[in-house]
Design a protein around this ligand. Structure first.
Ligand code: ATP
Length: 270
C-alpha cells in the first residue's frame, strides 16, 4: 500500500548555506509553512530560491538551528527517508534517458519503494502510474520515449515522478518554465487541488507574479539570500516590494473580474 503522506508544518530557522567560499544563505528564518498550503517562492535570478529548496531537501549541506517537519528533525533523517517525504523537482531534467514515460515513472516509484520497503504489486504500481499521468493530462504520452519529448512534456513527466511518491512536501523549481499557457494553468490548478486534498505542503518557484497572485495561498519574496517579504500574495506583491526585489517600477491593478495583476511600467536603475 502507498504510504500516507505526513501532513505537517515545515519549520526552518537560521538556515545558512555556503557554496564554494560564498555564503549564499545566512541565518535565514522562514515563517512556518503549513501542510495544505501552496507557497510561491519569488525573487530575482540568483536570489537564493533554488539554494533554499535544495537545502531543505537535503541535496546540499546546510546549517540551521531548526529544520523540522512536524515533530521530526529532518537532520536526523537519512537521505532515503528525506527523499520519501520531501521531493525536489529541479529546473531541468535529464533528457537523454531512453525509457518510456510509464517506465520512467515506474522507475521513480520503485526507487522509493525499495527504500521505504513498501512495494506495491506490479499491477497496482502500473495503475498508480496511469492515474498520475491522467491527473496531469499526459496519459497519451505513456508509451513515448523521454528522449523524444519536448521540454514542456519532460517537465510534466518530472512532475509525475515527484507526485507518484505521495510526499508530504513538494519543492518545485520553476515547473512552469517550459509549459504553454494552457498547461501552466492546468498544472497550477492541479497542484492547488492536490495540495488541499492531501494536506501537502507545495513550495513552487515562480517568475510569473500573476500566477502567484492567482493560485498561491502564501508568498515568500527573496533578495540576495534574504527574505524581503512573506504573507498572503496580495499583501506582499506590492509596488514597494517589487521595486526592492526586482528593481522595477510596477503597479498591481485589478481586472474587471476582480483578479489582481502586475503591470511593469519601468526598470529602476540601482
Ligand atoms: N554550486 C555553486 N557554487 C557557488 N555558487 C553557487 C552555486 N550554485 C549557486 N550559486 C550562487 O548562489 C546564488 C543563488 O543561486 P540560486 O540558484 O539559489 O538562485 P535562484 O534564486 O534560484 O536563481 P534563478 O532564479 O536564476 O534560478 C547565486 O549567486 C549563484 O551564483
Amino acid at each position: 500500500m502507498p504510504q500516507e503522506p505526513l501532513s505537517s508544518t515545515l519549520q526552518v530557522r537560521a538556515i545558512s548555506v555556503t557554496l564554494g567560499s560564498q555564503p549564499i544563505l545566512s541565518q535565514l528564518d522562514v515563517p512556518d509553512l503549513a501542510g495544505g498550503s501552496l507557497v510561491a517562492l519569488l525573487g530575482a535570478n540568483g536570489s537564493g530560491k533554488s539554494t533554499l529548496l535544495k537545502s531543505v531537501a537535503g541535496l546540499i549541506p546546510a546549517q540551521a538551528t531548526t529544520l523540522k517537519l512536524g515533530a521530526d528533525d529532518l537532520r536526523a533523517w537519512g537521505a532515503a527517508q528525506r527523499a520519501t517525504h520531501i521531493r525536489y523537482l529541479p529546473q531541468s531534467l535529464p533528457g537523454d534517458v531512453h525509457l518510456t514515460v510509464v517506465e520512467a515513472v515506474l522507475v521513480a516509484l520503485h526507487a522509493r519503494q525499495r527504500t521505504a520497503q513498501a512495494a506495491s504489486p506490479p499491477d497496482r504500481a502500473t495503475e498508480r502510474v496511469e492515474a498520475v499521468l491522467k491527473d496531469l493530462d499526459i496519459a497519451r504520452l505513456g508509451s513515448r520515449y523521454l528522449d523524444e519529448l519536448s521540454g514542456g512534456q519532460k517537465q510534466l513527466v518530472g512532475l509525475a515522478q515527484a507526485l507518484i511518491h505521495q510526499p508530504a512536501v513538494l519543492l518545485l523549481d520553476e515547473p512552469l518554465a517550459s509549459l504553454d499557457l494552457n498547461y501552466q494553468h492546468h498544472v497550477m490548478q492541479l497542484l492547488r487541488s492536490l495540495t488541499r486534498e492531501r494536506g501537502l505542503l507545495t513550495v513552487i518557484v515562480l517568475h510569473d507574479l500573476n500566477m502567484a497572485l492567482r493560485y498561491a495561498d502564501y508568498a515568500l519574496i527573496m533578495k540576495q539570500g534574504k527574505l524581503v517579504a512573506s504573507g498572503a500574495p496580495r499583501e506582499v506583491i506590492t509596488p514597494e516590494n517589487l521595486a526592492q526585489a526586482f528593481s522595477i517600477r510596477a503597479r498591481v491593478e485589478t481586472c474587471s473580474q476582480g483578479l489582481p495583476y502586475v503591470l511593469v511600467d519601468d526598470l529602476l536603475h540601482i
